[in-house]
Design a binder for this molecule. Structure first.
Ligand code: ACM
Length: 678
């Protein structure tokens, strides 16, 4: 019942924290249309499941996954035979298969009605049913009589057709079990594209049989066999998720050249890159053999990826090797190619034709958007929403990623509101229709298997909501209320983000795990935080234990606003936080000589002490309705300016204190108190 009790506690405080009434449910993403109804469908070992229309093995597997998750909650065995009785407790009515493999044009809509007697899920396609089953599981709750499904009438369909996550496995490799867990989580929040960034300067990650030196020399033996690639594609397809492979060319391609140096514009020898950034090695776009190689490679590997789309990369091409090569410069002169940007476009035109010959539609980053590119290509904007709008105005279909770089250690609230089509868009309806959706990007420089889940979840769920739910769903406090439950649901299926801090402090914290857990409630990594400045560095420092959006700080600024307005409960809970923050530095100092992590924490704990003390004093002024002295204001302003300055640069040893804004709200409120009348 722990889930229930925590949920009840959250619901009890939620009205106090939100400007508008909370939604009253915990679904994420919010369906297009929801009405909660009073009935509760009781769940116990007597429930029956029926498929009353179309059925196939993929649908039956999806139902079995859902039944297994129900079973975990209920603690009793449930049936695995699905009859066709319309009076069953759970009736699934699917009209047909839809696309045999997931497709951009798939109908993902569904209707779900739950009454005290029955739950009915109706969908046109198997994938629609897969989406609806996730919603059904999110209606599960418990009361003193046990588990039930909340009564509801839901009609749901996604706002955007392309709702993705990019995972970069080049900078750091992830094995197939990790990928499968990720796909499970993606399906739970109704994401439908797994964009697999499979090659970059730091590693080439697939097995090629016709060019085996790619993986033999470019991967440190960390690559996916062709069987493993097929296995992941099938696993994703079962969950209605398309797999779009990316092989980034002509830049970001050092790892290709270790085994095949003749592909490069510059002279070798070449090595796998071990640091981060952009690198000089670049493909030679003037040699016919480059295109013959790419043609054969794409011909081979596209047979493993049934998706219609193929990502060619195309970002951050360093023109240095092109400029320095006499033969390339001569080629440009002979062919009337004015500069290196035009040379990149010439390369892209050849590449686009090759990709299309293999029956695929090319996707590329902003940089491929040049005047001569055929509009059949799709542009993925990593630079800005403005870049996406510009390509839509030129007739290109596009995907927005710029605001959704989740390797950036920012809170969920920062990612939640940016919209692929913002309310004030100047795109015409026809141009808006070219915006297919968005993708969150998890680049791999500062992340390894041990930290991956903690860097993706639960924040990704909020971006998934942006891509699926109506654009009017924008209440941040209610998002965090639902995220709390969503995060636990994700843990239940095996994602390890919630365990992350617990596990990490077992290594870091010696006998002081509770102290480090407290510290980690109030800090986050700076920027793309992680300790790996180079590829082989283990990620086992305090910065790797820290998460981007610690749960203890969710809605802290909201509580500060309420406390400033006189809410005693909000003030009391903040005072508790400030006391904890202020006490950390002394407790860490006491063990500084025993634990390296205590030393790593010293600077940020000093900032937390300052913020905790200032926050506590501001609460005192507010409680006494007494404005602070000019001297207090001046010293506070200078302390806060210093904390802001350091947080904005390298942080405190790469870490930054999170409650800065909440303290600022209280300080401003204290300063604004009217002077007492005499
Ligand atoms: C990118 O971030 N260079 C796509």
């Amino acid at each position: 019942m722990r889930v229930l009790i925590q949920l009840a506690a959250v619901l009890a405080i939620a009205p106090a924290l939100t400007a508008q009434a909370p939604l009253g449910h915990t679904m994420m993403p919010v369906p297009a249309s929801v009405a909660l109804t009073p009935g509760r469908l009781r769940l116990d070992s007597s429930i029956t499941v029926a498929l009353v229309n179309y059925r196939d093995p993929r649908l039956e597997r999806a139902i079995t996954r859902a039944v297994t998750r129900l079973e975990l909650r209920l603690g009793v065995p449930l049936p695995r035979q699905y009859g066709s009785d319309r009076n069953a407790s759970l009736v699934i009515d699917v009209a047909g298969q839809g696309f045999a493999t997931p497709d951009l044009a798939e109908d993902e809509s569904y209707e779900l009605n739950v009454t005290a007697n029955q739950a009915t899920l109706v969908a046109a396609t198997v994938v629609g049913a897969v989406r609806g089953l996730e919603t059904l599981l999110q209606l599960q709750d418990a009361d003193s009589h046990g588990w039930y499904l909340q009564g509801a009438e839901i009609r749901d369909t996604p706002r955007f057709r392309w709702r993705g996550l990019l995972l970069d496995v080049s900078r750091h490799f992830e094995d197939t079990d990790v990928i499968k867990h990720l796909l499970d989580g993606m399906a739970m929040v109704k994401l439908n594209v797994f964009h697999w960034h499979l090659s970059d300067d730091q590693g080439f990650r697939v097995e090629s049989r016709i060019y085996p030196r790619l993986q033999q020399f470019g991967s440190d033996s960390m690559y996916y066999t062709q069987d493993q690639l097929r296995e992941i594609v099938t696993y994703a397809a079962d969950r209605g998720i398309r797999v779009v492979p990316e092989f980034d060319v002509p830049g970001h391609s050092s790892a290709w050249f270790v085994g095949y140096p003749h592909l490069a514009a510059g002279a070798g020898p070449f090595a796998i890159a071990r640091t981060w950034g952009t690198f000089e090695p670049t493909m030679d776009p003037t040699r016919e053999s480059t295109y013959q190689f790419l043609d054969a490679f794409i011909g081979e590997i596209s047979t493993l990826f049934p998706d219609q789309y193929w990502h060619v990369g195309g970002d951050e091409v360093d023109p240095k090797q092109w400029r320095e090569s006499a033969t390339i410069q001569a080629y440009m002169r002979d062919h009337g190619i004015a500069n290196e940007v035009a040379l990149h476009t010439a390369f892209n035109r050849r590449l686009v034709a090759i990709v299309q010959q293999h029956g695929r539609i090319p996707v590329g980053w902003d940089e491929i958007f040049q005047p001569d590119l055929p509009t059949s290509a799709v542009i993925q904007s990593w630079r800005s929403s403005t870049a996406l709008a510009a390509s839509a105005k030129a007739g290109f279909r596009g995907i927005l990623s710029a605001p959704y770089y989740i390797d950036h250690m920012k809170p969920a609230s920062d990612f939640y509101l940016p919209d692929p089509i913002p309310a004030n868009t100047d795109l015409t309806p026809e141009q808006q229709a070219l915006v297919l959706g968005g993708e969150a990007c998890m680049w791999g420089e500062y992340v390894v298997t041990e930290t991956l889940a903690s860097r993706i979840w639960p924040r990704l769920a909020t971006i998934a909501e942006r891509f699926w739910s109506p654009g009017s769903v924008v209440d941040i406090a209610d998002m965090y209320r639902r995220l709390d439950v969503t995060s636990r649901r994700l843990s239940e299926v095996g994602l390890r983000h919630e365990e992350h801090v617990v596990r990490a402090v077992r290594h870091l914290g010696g006998d002081s795990t509770a102290l480090f857990e407290s510290l980690l409630d109030y800090i986050r990594p700076q920027d793309f935080g992680g300790s790996g400045r180079t590829q082989p560095v283990p990620h086992t420092r305090l910065i790797d234990a820290a998460v981007a959006d610690p749960r203890a700080t969710w809605n802290m600024s909201d509580r500060a606003r309420r406390a400033a307005a006189g809410d005693a409960a909000a003030a009391a809970s903040l005072r508790n936080d400030f006391t904890r923050m202020a006490g950390l530095q002394a407790r860490l100092a006491a063990i500084q000589n025993e634990l390296p992590a205590a030393g790593d924490a010293a600077a940020v704990a000093g900032a937390l002490r300052q913020l905790g003390q200032i926050g506590g004093q501001a609460l005192d002024f507010i409680a006494r309705k007494q404005p602070p002295s000019a001297a207090w204001q001046a010293s506070t302003d200078s302390t806060l300016a210093e904390v802001r300055r350091r947080s904005g640069r390298d942080g405190y040893g790469g870490l930054r204190p999170v409650p800065f804004d909440a303290v600022g709200v209280l300080v401003d409120a204290a300063k604004g108190l009217p002077s007492p009348r005499h």
